[in-house]
Design a protein around this ligand. Structure first.
Ligand code: ZN
Ligand code: ZN
Length: 339
C-alpha cells in the first residue's frame, strides 16, 4: 500500500510503498477514506526532544471501510463504514472485554510511532477501537469524531445547563469542537478569547457570539457586556502558560473552569484568586465509555455539524507539501487527507 511516512524532525514527509497490513487473530484492517491533520501531528513532526521513529505513519483522526476481518472477529462485514479511534485497545483486558475499550490499560497511541496511523491507504486496528458509522454520515465527518469527542468530554466535565454563558480560551480545533458541543448542550452566549485574528474569525464564522483579542479586551468583560455578568463556565482550550490564570480571572464567583488543554510549563496560576471565588476547576482528559457513540449520534442526528470545520481536502500524494505548508501560520481549521 501507499503510505505517507515521517522521515526526521523538520524534514518533509514522504509517500512510499510499504507492505499491506494483514488482519491477524482479533484484528481488522480498515481502508482509510478520510483522516484529519491535527496540530499535534504538526508538533510531533518537528519535535527534537521527543522525536517520532523514522518510518512512522501519523494520523489519528480517521474513518474508513472494513477491508479485512481477522480470525475470531464477529459482528461486522467487509465494507462496513467505521470510525477508527486514536487508541489501539488490546481487546483482551477486563475493560476491553466489558466493552470499555476507551479505558484499555494496555492501549497504544495511534499515529505517533506506537501504532501506525491513517496517513495511509490501510490501517490495522481492533474491534475495541472501532465504531460503526450510521448510513448518511460522510467519511470526512466520521474523521472529526475523534477531536469532537474531546469537546464533548470537556462539556460533560463542565455539567453545562441550558442558558449558561461560556468563555472559551483558544479558538483552535479543540476550542471550536468544544463550542459545538457546548451549543448542543444549550450554552449561550459563547465568547472566545484568542490572540490570532484568523482563529477569532473561524470562531465567529462557526457561530460564536463574540471573539476578543486578550491583549486588548478581557473575555470576562466582553461577556459582561452581553449578559451583565461574567461567564458561568470558562474552558481553557489553549493550554498555554498563563491561559489557566486567564480562565480563573474571567469566570464568575462559584463558576467552573475546565482545562481541556494544558501545558507542562508553569502557568502563573493564582490559587488565592480561585479560592476567593470558590471555583470548581476540572481537568478534562480521556473519555468515558459511551461518549464516542454519543458523539456519532450528535453528528448523525445533525444536532452538530463539523462540516464547516473541514476547510481543505488533499490526496495522499499532496500531503507532504500541504503538511509542510501547515507548519506556517494559516487559515485552515481541519485539512482532510483522502488516501
Ligand atoms: Zn488530534
Ligand atoms: Zn484492553
Amino acid at each position: 500500500m501507499r503510505a505517507c511516512v515521517f522521515k526526521a524532525p523538520g524534514a518533509p514527509l514522504e509517500v512510499v510503498d510499504v507492505p499491506d497490513p494483514v488482519a491477524g487473530p482479533g484484528e481488522l484492517v480498515v481502508r482509510v477514506r478520510a483522516c484529519g491533520i491535527c496540530s499535534s501531528d504538526l508538533h510531533a513532526a518537528k519535535s527534537i526532544s521527543d522525536p517520532l521513529p523514522a518510518g512512522a505513519i501519523m494520523g489519528h483522526e480517521l474513518a474508513g471501510e472494513i477491508a479485512q476481518i481477522g480470525p475470531g472477529v464477529s459482528g461486522c462485514k467487509i465494507g462496513d463504514p467505521v470510525v477508527v479511534m486514536s487508541y489501539l485497545a488490546c481487546g483482551d483486558c477486563a475493560n476491553c472485554r466489558a466493552g470499555a475499550g476507551v479505558r484499555c490499560e494496555q492501549s497504544r497511541l495511534v499515529g505517533f510511532g506506537e501504532a501506525p496511523g491513517g496517513y495511509a491507504e490501510l490501517i490495522a486496528t481492533r474491534p475495541a477501537s472501532v465504531f460503526k458509522m450510521p448510513p448518511g454520515l460522510s467519511f470526512q465527518t466520521g474523521a472529526t469524531v475523534e477531536p469532537l469527542v474531546i469537546g464533548l468530554h470537556a462539556v460533560r466535565r463542565a455539567k453545562i445547563r441550558a442558558g449558561e454563558s461560556c468563555v472559551i480560551i483558544g479558538a483552535g480545533a479543540t476550542g471550536l469542537m468544544t463550542m459545538l458541543c457546548a451549543r448542543a448542550a444549550g450554552a449561550r452566549p459563547i465568547v472566545f478569547s484568542d490572540r490570532a485574528l484568523d482563529r477569532r474569525e473561524s470562531a465567529m464564522r462557526l457561530g460564536a457570539d463574540a471573539a476578543v483579542d486578550p491583549r486588548m479586551h478581557r473575555a470576562g468583560a466582553a461577556m459582561a457586556k452581553l449578559t451583565g455578568a461574567p461567564p458561568d463556565v470558562v474552558f481553557d482550550c489553549a493550554g498555554e502558560p498563563g491561559s489557566l490564570a486567564e480562565a480563573v480571572t474571567a469566570v464568575r464567583p462559584r463558576g467552573r473552569v475546565i482545562a481541556a488543554s494544558a501545558s507542562l510549563e508553569d502557568d502563573g496560576f493564582p490559587p488565592g484568586l480561585a479560592m476567593g471565588k470558590e471555583l470548581d476547576i476540572h481537568f478534562s482528559f480521556g473519555l468515558e465509555p459511551g461518549e464516542v457513540e454519543e458523539t456519532i449520534e450528535l453528528l448523525a442526528s445533525e444536532r452538530i455539524s463539523t462540516a464547516p470545520l473541514v476547510t481543505h481536502v488533499v490526496a495522499l500524494d499532496d500531503l507532504p507539501r500541504v503538511f509542510a505548508a501547515l507548519q506556517e501560520p494559516n487559515r485552515q481549521v481541519r485539512v482532510m487527507v483522502e488516501p
